[in-house]
Write a protein that binds this ligand. Structure first.
Ligand code: AMP
Length: 460
């Protein structure tokens, strides 16, 4: 095995939350993570500090499974950071669950990271060659080693020192015994927001976390900005070298990843998705009797599609939200079993109908293929698949779990081949121009998964 192996960068999605100076810091963080659960279901952790001691609780699984009241009681103090994580690989996955808590000299430091470094392999090699020993396969640990080696005395300067050597995506929260620090990389790939909870500063990947705890959304942490919160208040510093390409926020947060009730990159995600659906209807009308979303991710775009096309919207497929992690499959094969656990079409809605089926994206094409088959089995006469994003032709190196090019159907097949593989009567993807027309800050988005124009390439 390659000794410099780092967990494949395509496989990590995360959410972060932090709070400073709140009497129930751990409970607030628990709730914040609960609201960010969609960003990672594999593991969750919280580090809390009472000014003297830092304590950590973490585990594998959903936030609600990991944390019981006794864990939160142990997490004493008025400051805390938390993390949810999704990752499909790594043997010792518990070790990779964040926040990481380490000693740096006399001080303790916790880190929670959303995003992936593109020069992780190179940095890790250099660090290991000069004596660093790594405990995890996560690129986040690299940042801790770089901070530990910095010759600067102040924590903020040491962090800047480290981050100026790192490339890629990082929306980060650091917690020390004295302060909470938030940083966003100069491209601003992943979101990070600042809020106010009755005078206490809070940070979260998405504003939906603020809604749950009753915090007010103040603003986003700006790309390249470091926000330091301590006893003296909130300070903003711009110490990272700016990105030569400007800001490149992930457009896929708007298309799929973020919650529709969040405000991300200055826009409400639900409104953006609806507008994408309207644009899709203009670009690809369908001879349909009803518009049906693939729930849940396709719902806002389908509402927009229905509004624009004046075709009635119908929830023709119902999603079961209560799917456990330890599902035991029957031995006898049932057709499309995997998809049926999650999605069940309604025959009474579909019988004899021509359906415009709306989803946000196609990755491998396997789910869409099964859904189209299911709709036909439940009486749909025609199925016209409409996708509210352009064809996904490339992986993400900055924190979205998209597979390698060789597994992305749109990088392998022509439109007609995809349509035939999926078994739809017609197929229409939103154009890249259409997507950027809908998005108000068109120049500020990373669209690499749709156009192969990567602002940063992974380095060996
Ligand atoms: P596929 O069958 O592989 O084409 O999967 C398509 C479905 O995956 C769509 O319904 C998307 O909403 C969903 N999807 C897109 N990106 C992701 C992602 N990063 N993680 C999980 N699901 C995704």
């Amino acid at each position: 095995m390659n000794p410099y192996f780092i967990e494949p960068k395509l496989k990590e999605e995360c959410g972060v939350f932090g709070v400073f100076n709140h009497p129930e810091a751990a409970h607030m963080t628990y709730l914040g993570l609960y609201a960010l659960q969609h960003r990672g279901q594999e593991g969750a952790g919280i580090v809390a500090c009472d000014g003297k001691r830092m304590r950590v609780e973490k585990g594998l699984g959903l936030v609600n499974d990991v944390f019981k009241e006794e864990h939160l009681q142990r997490l004493k103090g008025t400051m805390a950071v938390g993390h949810v994580r999704y990752s499909t690989c790594g043997d010792d996955i518990l070790k990779n669950v964040q926040p990481f808590l380490v000693n740096i000299g006399q001080d303790k430091l916790a880190i929670a990271h959303n995003g992936n470094l593109t020069n992780a392999v190179r940095l890790k090699r250099i660090l290991e060659q000069s004596g660093s020993i790594f405990q995890t396969t996560s690129d986040t640990e690299i940042l801790l080693h770089l901070i530990a080696r910095s010759q600067k005395s102040k924590l903020a300067d040491r962090i800047v020192d480290a981050l100026n050597q790192a490339k890629g995506a990082f929306s980060l929260l650091f917690l020390s015994e004295k302060c909470l620090i938030a940083v966003r990389d100069p491209f601003g790939f992943r979101p990070l927001c600042l809020g106010d909870l009755n005078g206490s500063a809070v940070f979260a990947s998405e504003t939906a976390a603020f809604d749950l705890i009753g915090a007010k959304f103040l603003r986003e942490v700006e790309p390249g900005e470091m926000v330091i919160v301590d006893e003296s208040g909130i300070k903003s510093l711009k110490l990272l070298a700016p990105s030569p390409l400007g800001v490149k926020q992930c457009i896929f947060e708007h298309i799929y990843f973020s919650r529709p009730d969040s405000v991300v990159f200055g826009s409400n995600v639900y409104e953006v998705r609806k507008a994408l659906g309207r644009q899709l209807a203009m670009e690809h009308p369908a001879p349909a009797d009803i518009v049906v979303p693939v729930p849940d991710s396709g719902v806002p775009a389908a509402i927009g599609y229905a509004e624009e096309s004046k075709i009635p919207f119908q929830m023709g497929i119902i999603r079961n939200h209560y799917i456990g992690r330890t599902f035991i499959e029957p031995e006898q094969s049932i057709r499309n079993f995997g998809v049926k656990i999650k999605l069940n079409p309604i025959r009474e809605v579909l019988e004899g109908k021509s359906v415009a089926l709306v989803d946000d994206s196609i990755v491998r094409g396997t789910t869409s293929r099964k859904i189209v088959q299911l709709l036909r089995q439940h009486g749909a006469r025609e199925v016209h698949l409409r996708i509210s994003s352009p064809p996904t032709i490339g992986p993400c190196f900055y924190g979205i779990d998209t597979p390698h090019k060789s597994e992305l159907i749109a990088s392998l097949k022509s439109m007609a081949e995809i349509r035939d593989f999926i078994g739809a009567d017609s197929l229409g993807y939103l154009s890249l121009e259409g997507l950027l027309h809908v998005e108000p800050q068109k120049k500020n988005f990373c669209t690499a998964c749709f156009d192969d124009r990567y602002p940063l390439h992974p380095e060996d």
